[in-house]
Design a protein around this ligand. Structure first.
Ligand code: NAD
Ligand code: TYD
Length: 352
């Protein structure tokens, strides 16, 4: 069946993998990628599919309600997959309002526009909200995992804004009958990851012989999932998830930050022909992040048992692929670290 799907945030890290998967796997779908192209949005993530006949890019801001109304007027969307967000915890500490605007106000605008444009005829429609495990807060007991029924307890401005957006999505499902589905995923890693986040930042700094800033004692634990496995899970949930349900996504792959940084140093020593232990000398312990969540760990059994999804890659293999991608894509890295691509977009769209 032919479908028209709006993917928001499709120029970002995860969104670009979701857009690629949908455009290539479903040639009969029309995919519209709506992205504001903030510092984190990069159309170079999608050059391989930008000319596909079933793909359209639209530059726009989800905080702008009249723009959204116009977009939904121009396209008869069957579904929305909503990934657009401000996504970096450290930035949320220095500028929380940007997170309130995009993650909360932007999400409510999108819900409202979908509801109004679908005129309460929701048959065949779906609003899929992509969220994070950080809404559940921080785990302290090693036996505990986040499940779909874990109470929300967000601890950072980022996770608070994502939690608020999740609540609004469920409220639109409950109040207006909007056919919603949600997922909460653990930390992603892989190609196109913006180098302000732990793994790409460390790869970049190891390569350029810069200090490797480990927050606090490096004892915080994150549960890492290869980004393409997240995109596969989104595909599964979009097509087969039950309306109104939430699915947790994760790889049962917990790592203490310091152990992960050591592993990356070992992989990079090999790749760069350095003697073992060279890169680890760059590790520098720095002041901890304010309110730093200790541990995230997802129980993904519901998604695995009910919808048959499972991660495709072991972590060491995924990490090696990721390092190889960054080493092979120096120009991409150079552009995003120099800000050159942002200047290019600004001037390109200024002239339109
Ligand atoms: P990202 O920061 O790499 O990309 C976000 C994208 O949204 C960018 O392309 C940006 O230009 C766009 N955007 C930002 N504000 C916008 C606005 N007002 N209007 C339109 N577009 C806007 O983020 P990501 O890591 O790819 O995360 C995508 C989604 O997945 C987010 O909702 C995030 O909360 C969620 N998530 C991320 C992770 C992770 O580990 N990165 C894990 C779980 C869930
Ligand atoms: P990050 O990639 O920012 O993801 P999140 O905070 O959403 O989990 O950080 C992952 C972990 O790595 C987190 O515990 C903070 C830590 N970290 C560092 O120790 N140094 C860094 O330079 C960064 C960016 C993160």
């Amino acid at each position: 069946m032919s479908k028209k799907i709006l993917i928001t945030g499709g120029a970002g890290f995860i969104g670009s993998h979701v857009v690629r998967l949908f455009v290539t796997k479903y040639p009969d779908y029309q995919v519209v990628n709506l992205d504001k192209l903030t510092y984190a949005g990069n159309l170079a993530n999608l050059t391989d599919i930008e000319d596909a006949p079933n793909y359209t890019f639209v530059k726009g801001d989800i905080t702008d309600a009249s723009f959204l109304e116009q977009l939904f007027g121009e396209h008869a969307f069957d579904g929305v997959i909503h990934l657009a967000a401000e996504s970096h915890v450290d930035r949320s500490i220095s500028d929380p309002m940007a997170f309130v605007m995009t993650n909360v106000v932007g999400t409510v605008n999108l819900l409202n526009t979908a509801k109004n444009s679908w005129k309460s005829d929701f048959s065949g429609k779906r609003f899929y909200h992509v969220s994070t495990d950080e809404v559940y807060g921080s785990l302290h007991n090693p036996e505990d995992f986040f499940t779909e029924t874990t109470p929300y307890d967000p601890q950072s401005p980022y996770s608070a804004s994502k939690a608020a957006s999740d609540h609004f999505v469920r409220a639109y499902g409950n109040t207006y009958g909007l056919p919603i589905v949600l997922s909460n995923c653990s930390n992603n890693y892989g190609p196109n990851h913006f180098p302000e986040k732990l793994i790409p930042l460390m790869i970049h700094n190891i390569q350029t012989n810069k200090p490797l800033p480990v927050y606090g004692k490096g004892e915080n634990v994150r549960d890492w999932l290869y980004v393409i496995d997240h995109a596969r899970a989104i595909d599964t949930i979009y097509h087969r998830g039950k309306t109104g349900e939430t699915y947790n996504i994760g790889g049962f792959n917990e790592w203490k930050n310091i152990d992960l940084v050591h592993l990356l140093c070992r992989i990079m020593d090999q790749k760069l022909g350095r003697s073992e232990g060279t890169s680890a000398q760059l590790i520098t312990y720095v002041t901890d992040r304010a309110g730093h969540d200790l541990r995230y760990a997802i129980d993904a059994h519901k998604l695995m048992n009910e919808l048959g999804w499972e991660p495709s890659l072991q972590f060491e293999e995924g990490l090696e692929k990721t390092v190889d991608w960054f080493l092979a894509n120096q120009e991409w890295l150079e552009n995003v670290t120099s800000g050159a691509y942002q200047k290019y977009y600004d001037s390109m769209y200024e002239n339109r």
